[in-house]
Design a protein around this ligand. Structure first.
Ligand SMILES: [Zn+2]
Length: 430
C-alpha cells in the first residue's frame, strides 16, 4: 500500500513535502516524494491531506500492566505515593495484569505509540501488548530478593532466558532490577551479569526522587525502612545514585530511567556507561520530583528517550504532552530534537533502532499520522499540535490500528475488563 500526506518525517533524514511511504509485507519498502512513485497499478492508496506521517512513536518507559491503576492515587510526594501504590500492584493477579496491559497498549496506539520500553511483572504485558499491536522491549522487574534467588524468581515469572525475538521480530525481553533501594548490591550485580551473559537489555530506575539521593548519601529519610526491608545486604554507599550504580556495573549498557536528581559529574558518568536515558517529565512532576536536567544530558551526548511511566503516576499516555513538558523546562532544545527523542533516539536508547524509530526501508511498518494543518515547519507543528486529539491514523506491523482518530477494532470489551480491575483496586484502597 502507499500512504501519503502533506509531510513525511522519516527522522533519519529531512522532512519531505508531499511525501509518501510504501509498505509491503509489514515492512517499510520505500520513502520519498509522492511524485516519484507514479502509477503503482492496483496498490491501495491512503491519502492524508493536512497531516504529517511519522514513524510509530517510541514510549521509552511504561508500566502497561498498571494502566488500570490510573487515577487512583492522586499526585503526592514520591515516598507517600509508593507506600499507597505498592499494595495495589501486589493485588493484581495475572488476569488483571493482562486486562490492564491490553488497555495500556490500546491507549498507546491511540496516542501514536507503537513500541515501548515496558517494565513487566510476568509474561502478561508482552503477550497482551504484542497481540494488541505494540512491540518493543519488555523488562521483567525484580526487587526484594537476594542474588541467589534471581534465576529461580525469573523462571517462576516465565522469563524467556533464551532471549529469542518474537512476534515477527517486534518484541524483546530484558531484565529490570527495580532500584538501588529495593535491590541489594549483590542482586544488582547479578542482574547486570545475567543480562550481559544472555544478551538481554537491562533497565533500572535511577535518581528519581530526592528521597533516593538522601538515602544513598547518608542513610536517612523515608526510603530507609524500604531499603532495610527489600534491598538485601544494602549498606549506605555515601554516593549519588548514579555513582553507586555505576560502581556496581549496574548501568553498563542499561536504559537508565528518570535521572532527575543528578549532581556534578553524574551526566558524564551516565554517558560513559548507559545505552540511553528515559525521561519521564510528567511523572516526575506528578510525584514532586522536579524536572530532568535535559541540557546537561545533551551536553554529554547521552541518547535520550521519552517515556510516560505508569498511568498510576501520570495524567494519561501522551508522548507529545511529555515532549512539550520537556520543552517548557528546557527552552534551548529544538523541536526537531524532541521529535527525534520520541522516535529514533528513544529506539536507540532501548536498543531497538534497527527495527523501530524511523521511516527507513526495511524497518517495521509502524507509522503515526498526525493532523498538523498547513505548515512550513512540520517538526515544530507536530510538536505543538500532536496529541491524543490529533492522531488521525496509526499503523503497526502493517495493519491499521487507528483510523479517523478511533481504534480500528472495538475497545469496549477491554475497557470493561480494565474497569473491573480499577474498581477492585479502588475498593482495596479504602
Ligand atoms: Zn517506572
Amino acid at each position: 500500500m502507499l500512504i501519503s500526506a502533506d509531510w513525511v518525517l522519516p527522522i533519519d533524514r529531512e522532512p519531505i513535502r508531499n511525501g509518501a511511504v510504501r509498505v509491503h509485507n509489514a515492512r517499510i519498502a520505500e520513502v520519498g516524494s509522492l511524485d516519484r512513485f507514479g502509477d503503482l497499478g492496483g496498490v491501495p492508496r491512503f491519502e492524508f491531506p493536512g497531516c504529517a506521517i511519522l514513524p510509530g512513536l517510541v514510549n521509552a518507559h511504561t508500566h502497561l500492566s498498571l494502566t488500570a491503576l490510573g487515577g487512583l492515587v492522586p499526585p503526592s510526594d514520591f515516598s507517600a505515593w509508593l507506600e499507597r501504590i505498592v499494595p495495589l500492584i501486589a493485588g493484581l493477579d495475572e488476569d488483571a495484569m493482562a486486562a490492564s496491559a491490553t488497555l495500556g497498549a490500546l491507549r498507546c496506539l491511540e496516542a501514536g505509540i507503537t513500541s515501548v520500553g515496558d517494565v513487566a511483572y510476568g509474561p502478561e504485558a508482552l503477550a497482551s501488548a504484542a497481540d494488541t499491536g505494540v512491540g518493543g522491549v519488555f523488562f521483567w522487574e525484580v526487587l526484594g530478593i537476594s542474588a541467589s534467588e534471581l534465576r529461580r524468581v525469573l523462571q517462576t515469572a516465565e522469563f524467556p532466558l533464551a532471549n529469542e525475538a518474537a512476534y515477527g521480530g517486534r518484541t524483546r525481553c530484558g531484565i529490570a532490577p527495580h532500584t538501588a533501594y529495593t535491590c541489594g548490591p549483590d542482586l544488582l550485580r547479578a542482574a547486570a551479569a545475567l543480562a550481559r551473559e544472555h544478551g538481554h537489555p537491562l533497565a533500572i530506575h535511577v535518581a528519581e526522587s530526592p528521597a533516593e539521593s538522601r538515602l544513598l548519601r547518608d542513610g536517612s529519610g523515608p526510603l530507609a525502612p524500604v531499603a532495610e526491608r527489600l534491598a538485601d545486604g544494602f549498606r549506605v554507599p555515601h554516593a549519588t545514585p548514579v555513582a553507586y550504580l555505576a560502581r556496581l556495573g549496574a548501568l553498563d549498557g542499561a536504559l537508565a530511567v528518570h535521572c532527575v536528581q543528578l549532581a556534578g559529574g553524574d551526566a558524564a558518568t551516565l554517558a560513559r556507561h548507559v545505552r540511553g536515558v528515559a525521561l519521564c517529565p510528567r511523572s516526575n512532576a506528578y510525584l514532586g520530583n522536579g524536572s530532568p536536567p535535559v541540557e546537561a544530558l545533551l551536553r554529554e551526548k547521552v541518547a535520550l528517550g521519552i517515556g510516560t511511566d505508569s498511568s498510576a503516576s501520570n495524567e494519561g499516555i501522551d508522548l507529545f504532552a511529555e515532549a512539550r513538558a520537556l520543552q517548557t523546562a528546557s527552552r534551548s532544545v529544538p523541536a526537531s530534537r524532541l521529535v527525534r527523542m520520541m522516535t529514533l533516539e528513544g529506539a536507540a536508547a532501548l536498543g531497538i533502532d534497527a527495527s523501530f524509530g524511523s521511516l527507513t526501508a526495511g524497518k517495521l511498518a509502524d507509522v503515526a499520522v498526525v493532523r498538523v494543518g498547513g505548515t512550513e515547519d512540520p517538526e515544530a507543528a507536530v510538536l505543538a499540535k500532536g496529541g491524543r486529539g490529533t492522531i488521525e491514523a496509526v499503523m503497526s506491523a502493517g495493519l491499521w490500528r487507528v483510523r479517523e482518530g478511533r481504534p480500528a477494532l472495538s475497545s469496549k470489551p477491554i475497557e470493561a475488563a480494565a474497569r473491573r480491575v480499577t474498581e477492585k483496586a479502588r475498593a482495596a484502597l479504602r
